[in-house]
Design a protein around this ligand. Structure first.
Ligand SMILES: C[S@@+](CC[C@H](N)C(=O)[O-])C[C@H]1O[C@@H](n2cnc3c(N)ncnc32)[C@H](O)[C@@H]1O
Length: 341
């Protein structure tokens, strides 16, 4: 029954003519092709020069990027991390965000010079920053997060001792325009009430020629996963990331798919860390995109009953997305290697 529930159709549609680069999953060895809405687009793995699996992963009816999802709200995200930060590195990351995935996702950020100025936005406990300081001197890296509890964990990590660590909001960054060579943000966009505003900020703080790299979730196609994704937090579609980057003014926008090895390329349940999107800032100065004032009303009192409903649904969704990687891991153990799962 559980298997029936969790096994959505494994279609391979890819819409909107967007062809993500670097479709290789860490450890994926499945071979099919992916399709655009009009034409079949064979997808090639750059390293192996082979066609690889590109299952349908973000095809669904349209829904707004910002809707009242639990924890896509700054206050709720703050309280969520007040408690989650205690176990974050040990319980959450192993199921969704492993070291090999992190290194794979940071590769398009092009961190080739130790002297680069890097900002890690929504840096949390510094898990991604540990990947950044392999390539860049820690003294040139700033970790920004809205959660002091998450940052307290980052402060305890020895390789991050020389990083600057500051509290702040991804949608209103405390850095001057044209400041950084690289903007990195991993696993944070799903909490931003206005992701387009956050990406516009990424553009502003970068120097001309600088690169933004946003690593984040992808939207599921399987109905039950979609239901839980929608009540919980933002799981953008791949084409939404591309659109936000382009609207903010970025050029050379690319999307690389990532995922845990043991998923064998399966994307129908969505992924909490499912892609790494990069774009280059072509001109100095602010983003050409004009946005009105922030719509989010953080201080507005929330009806306790509504909050309770949101909390219960959110907790169910979080539990679901903790169980999915375990279910996929078990399948990976049971189904012979080379077979689709
Ligand atoms: C899933 S954690 C990711 C942490 C880290 N980047 C990593 O790779 O492990 C998401 C982080 O985003 C932070 N966050 C959420 N909304 C934010 C916002 N508006 N501004 C800054 N940080 C935010 C949370 O506090 C949390 O630490």
């Amino acid at each position: 029954m559980a298997s029936l529930l969790l096994n959505g159709p494994q279609n391979v549609n890819f819409i909107g003519g967007i062809t993500p680069s670097g479709l290789g999953f860490v450890g994926s060895n499945l071979h099919v092709s992916c399709f655009s809405s009009k034409n079949i687009v064979p997808c090639h793995n750059r390293d192996q020069n082979s066609r690889i699996l590109a299952p349908r992963c973000s095809l669904s009816s349209a829904r707004p990027a910002s809707q009242p999802r639990f924890i896509q709200h700054k206050k709720e995200a703050f309280w969520f991390y007040r408690f989650l930060s205690i176990v974050y590195d040990h319980i959450i990351n192993p199921g969704h965000w492993t070291e090999d995935m992190r290194d794979e996702a940071l590769e398009p950020a092009d961190l080739y010079d130790r002297r680069m100025t890097v900002v890690d936005v929504g840096g949390g406990t510094g898990f991604t920053t540990l990947g950044i300081v392999k390539h860049v001197d820690a003294k040139n890296v700033t970790i920004l997060d809205q959660s002091p509890h998450q940052l307290a964990k980052a402060k305890q990590k020895k390789p991050l001792k020389e990083c600057k660590i500051i509290e702040g909001d991804a949608e209103d960054l405390p850095f001057p325009t044209d400041y950084a060579d690289r903007y990195v943000s991993a696993g944070s966009i799903e909490y931003w009430p206005d992701p387009q505003r956050g990406i516009k900020e990424a553009y502003r703080v970068l120097k001309i020629g600088g690169k933004a790299c946003i690593i984040g979730p992808v939207y599921p196609t399987f109905w039950l996963s979609r239901f839980f994704a929608d009540v919980w937090m933002l799981f953008p579609k791949e084409e939404e990331y591309i659109e936000w980057f382009k609207k903010a003014g970025f050029k050379d926008v690319k999307l690389k798919r990532i995922g845990p090895k043991w998923y064998r390329g399966v994307r129908r349940h969505g992924l909490i860390m499912g892609c790494s999107v990069t774009g280059v800032k072509p001109l100095s100065g602010d983003s050409p995109l004009q946005l009105g004032p922030k719509a989010e009303e953080i201080e507005k009192p929330v009806n306790p009953l509504v909050f309770l409903m949101r909390f219960i649904l959110g907790a169910m969704a979080a539990t679901y997305f903790i169980l999915v990687p375990i279910y996929m891991w078990l399948k990976d153990q049971i189904v012979p290697k080379g077979m689709p799962i």
